[in-house]
Design a protein around this ligand. Structure first.
Ligand SMILES: Cc1cc2nc3c(=O)[nH]c(=O)nc-3n(C[C@H](O)[C@H](O)[C@H](O)COP(=O)(O)O)c2cc1C
Length: 420
């Protein structure tokens, strides 16, 4: 069977994975499988969705997953995290966004748009002067490829908040069925939350209350723009796992505050570019047994929250997913890389309790090259491009082929930008 063929086996089996989940009165997700955001890099030069991006979401919607979160959509075209990000700002052409939403709504699927601003996590070939809460450079060797950011002014902060709300209102208008705020993985909102990255001594920095102000303002502006009956979720780090960074205690308090302010769903992840725990860097042996990297944290968070909790990172087998749901630690199972190599995985998980997916260990044998080329991300983006163009994913693609492809496209882009 190719990875594009849906399975037929035992489609009626009873499993906690197939139970619907209510998000808001009258709005529910048809099952417990949640496609976590994956930056697809399938926008065109004007940063609008391509037909490949639309085809990718139609394929995932047919694959049976209850909720699809889009890859991060940038709210400002002067702040891209990657060259081919989708951007939803005042210059965007609406028609293709409508088609993208329509493709993702097939088969009674929810499609939520993830909104993001990268802050300082912009490679230097895309921006000479990124912005951030404070002028603190990225470390861990990344200072060579990411420029030191400039501190945002008060007016710029207010303008970014406005842009988040504007993009959210547009996404709703185009037919997306929810919004997810990206507050994880070291991007701008996470930079504000982190005492390491946020050294401000005005109302936006210092105490947790102040570091949280930016996120609260973004949430409140989005809520004001989409209304109270439209789902708004958040992706938050359980911790940055970085000395002096956003801690687990901070994270728990942020979750409780957001719940009290009316957020509808929380997705838990962790890490940032300096320490990519979101894709399993430095995972403990005890964690590997339960597959999911952030399940211990989710259990503690669950005890304090009444809204749906999703945990993402590491799930590979139906058995581990069912155990996590049965334990009540989580309400939905977040999946990213598995759905990039098998867009029909959800059908298989729902129909076969023994189904598991093994992912290739990606390395060129040179760890520093793997890290700098962000192999754990770029290899999967190349799989998404294959599915988007109607080809099957290629789970055996070599790490070297992927790194060479990435380096070639980065050199081409830097060259084009120098000429522009
Ligand atoms: C190609 C790729 C792109 C990603 N892009 C995003 C993104 O845009 N937003 C986000 O929140 N997480 C992003 N992630 C992280 C995933 O959502 C997820 O947290 C991580 O891959 C762990 O889940 P998994 O073990 O199921 O892959 C990306 C991961 C990959 C592999």
């Amino acid at each position: 069977m190719t990875n594009s063929t849906p399975p037929q086996k035992n489609a009626d089996r009873v499993t906690p994975l197939s139970r619907p989940l209510s998000i808001l009165p009258g709005i529910s997700v048809k099952n417990r499988l949640f496609k976590s955001a994956m930056s697809e890099q399938l926008a065109d030069r004007n940063h609008v969705p391509t037909k490949e991006l639309i085809h990718l979401y139609r394929t995932w919607a047919k694959g049976g997953t209850g909720l699809l979160v889009t890859g991060n959509v940038m709210i400002d075209r002067t702040a891209l995290g990657e060259p081919r990000n989708v951007v939803l700002d005042e210059e965007s052409d609406p028609s293709l966004f409508r088609k993208w939403a329509e493709a993702g709504r097939q088969n009674s699927t929810q499609i939520w748009m993830q909104l993001n601003h990268p802050g300082k996590q912009i490679p230097n070939f895309l921006s000479t002067e990124p912005v951030a809460p404070s002028a603190v450079p990225l470390g861990n060797g990344l200072e060579k490829t990411f420029n030191c950011p400039r501190e945002l002014t008060q007016d710029e902060i207010v303008n970014i908040i406005r842009k988040f709300a504007w993009s959210a209102a547009q996404a709703k208008e185009f037919g997306f069925t929810g919004i997810q705020i990206h507050a994880a993985h070291g991007y701008l909102i996470n930079q504000f939350l982190s005492p390491h990255h946020n050294r401000r001594n005005d109302q936006w920095g210092g105490t947790l209350e102040n570091r949280l102000r930016f996120l609260r303002e973004v949430y409140s502006a989005i809520r004001g723009a989409v209304g109270k009956d439209f789902p708004v979720g958040i992706k938050l780090n359980s911790a940055d796992f970085q000395k002096g960074g956003f801690s687990e205690e901070d994270s728990m308090q942020v979750l409780q505050t957001l719940q009290s302010e009316g957020i509808n769903l929380i997705e838990i992840s962790g890490g940032n570019y300096e320490n990519p725990s979101m894709v399993g860097a430095n995972v403990r042996e005890s964690t590997i047994k339960r597959e999911a990297y952030f399940l211990d944290y989710a259990e503690k968070a669950r005890a304090r929250l009444q809204i749906p909790v999703v945990v993402t990172g590491g799930f590979r087998s139906a058995a581990a997913m069912e155990a996590a749901l049965t334990s009540k630690a989580v309400d939905m199972i977040g999946l990213a890389r598995p759905l990039a190599v098998d867009p029909h995985l959800t059908h298989k998980l729902l129909s076969d309790g023994n189904h598991k997916i093994a992912l290739k260990k990606l390395t060129t044998g040179i760890p520093s090259l793997d890290f700098m080329a962000m192999l754990d991300v770029t290899w999967y983006e190349q799989q998404l491009a294959r599915i988007g163009s109607g080809k099957p994913a290629k789970p055996n693609m070599s790490a070297w082929a992927s790194v060479l492809k990435t380096l070639a496209s980065v050199s081409l882009l830097s060259f084009q930008r120098r000429r522009a």
